[in-house]
Design a protein around this ligand. Sequence first.
Ligand code: FAD
Ligand code: AMP
Length: 477
Amino acid sequence: MSQSFDLVVIGGGPGGYEAAIRAAQLGMKVACIEKRIHKGKPALGGTCLNVGCIPSKALLDSTHKYHDAAHEYAVHGIKIDGISFDVKTMQARKDTVVGNLTGGIAQLFKGNGVTWLQGTGKLLAGRQVEFTPFEGAVEVIDAKNVILATGSVPVNIPVAALVDDVIVDSTGALEFQDVPKKLGVIGAGVIGLELGSVWNRLGSQVVVLEAVDAFLPACDKAVAKEAQKVLGKQGLDIRLGARVTGATVKGKAVTVKYTDKDGDHEELFDRLIVAVGRRPYTEGLLAADCGITLDERRFVHVDGQCRTSVPGVYAIGDLVRGPMLAHKAMEEGMMVAEIMNGHHAQVNYDTIIGVIYTHPEIAWVGKTEDQAKSEGIEVKTGQFAFAVNGRALAANDSAGFVKFVADAKTDRLLGMHIIGPGAGDMVHQGMISLEFGASVEDLQLMTFAHPTLSEVVHEAALSVDGRAIHAVQRKRK
Ligand code: FAD
Ligand code: AMP
């Protein structure tokens, strides 16, 4: 007899595993099908835990510590003679962190009674799921509900097809066992900048080739401008308006051809990272008659609450519209688990945080100044620098600023944009404020602990009305 479940989740990434756990908490009989083999072992956690958020942050943290020790500690009077690093140890530590976390998800599945089916899932008609295990016979499972959560994979471009460990995507770039002398990165998006930073800190000469003329077009302009300046100073050679048109490997080197406003160029690199975006992954997922429709960009088409065109079948995370972010996938997973249990649930897509984990970090929530203006809103803004913040100076980590965008008529906060130390954590103050519909005045009237980096948030809110204390303000109210 075929197995049956209240819910079958296809894909065990952050979207799928959170949905599975929440549904089990709510009393459902749940199975999660995951086909990933990572370093020879079946693994839960998806892109994020295995080849995305976590390993990239592990390497970013290790290399940041090294960079600080080598270049910043002397200012504090700490001298380290003969400092060195070992890439293999860094990589092994990263693998341990990944292994602990993915193993943790397997434990959570056990603890919550979620059945992990190791193999590949395919949606058939009539809410049936075909399960092909790594070993053994194919099985058809009956499901009262199905969640499609198969995520995304890197976009490959024909002009720079992957070659061994010389032309790699983000997954390959997380596995370098030595430091390339000269590293090319195609794409100045989040992933390109984070991975470029990792290897730049270890001494690679990094050139980032970006087809578009604007730098970080999704960010507030002021933040993007500062980011370009700061990252440039760190040694990232960011070339905008540079479209890669070819890449040829000879031995252990790659010749990259690109075109910019000055014409055609050729440059030699030891390695090349292709970081030109990700695409939804639906290969082998949908039987021809399963009834699911894709949109024009091949994302699974869903409504505002992640319902597909088939009743009882939902799709979440990178597979559907919206930012390709782990926390967005997780919240959609939780929402869908609640909805299929008759609860009201909604993701607020207006308050999804974006973070780029360079140093300093770049983080934002809500509307940029230009976005608000283009929507016809009369805008007021305030900005305050970390350069005059006591705690940032004490730490010798004072690049960047906090910027607020607010509605000039109602005082309502519309967006928060940060480049600076700890931006990825600090931006949650803005997210919570937006969720509660805070005004700028609300933030102005709160007491922020001294001396903390968060005081810059307070001063930025005060500066919207020309009231910041630790800077001379021209406009006053
Ligand atoms: P995924 O995590 O992609 O998981 C989908 C899973 O489904 C995969 O494990 C896959 O094996 C499995 N699967 C696919 N098809 C089938 C099938 N037919 N049967 C069974 N299983 C299947 N996001 C952030 O928010 N913060 C970050 O710092 C961040 N850093 C990143 C760094 C890098 C280098 C990369 C590549 C991504 C990063 N992301 C980050 C993005 C983040 O990883 C994704 O947004 C997130 O993983 C999406 O989750 P998901 O559950 O939708 O899909
Ligand atoms: P993201 O989607 O944020 O990861 O960013 C990927 C970036 O890669 C985008 O900014 C694209 O403009 C850029 N890109 C895509 N194709 C090319 C190319 N052939 N040469 C240079 N940059 C590219």
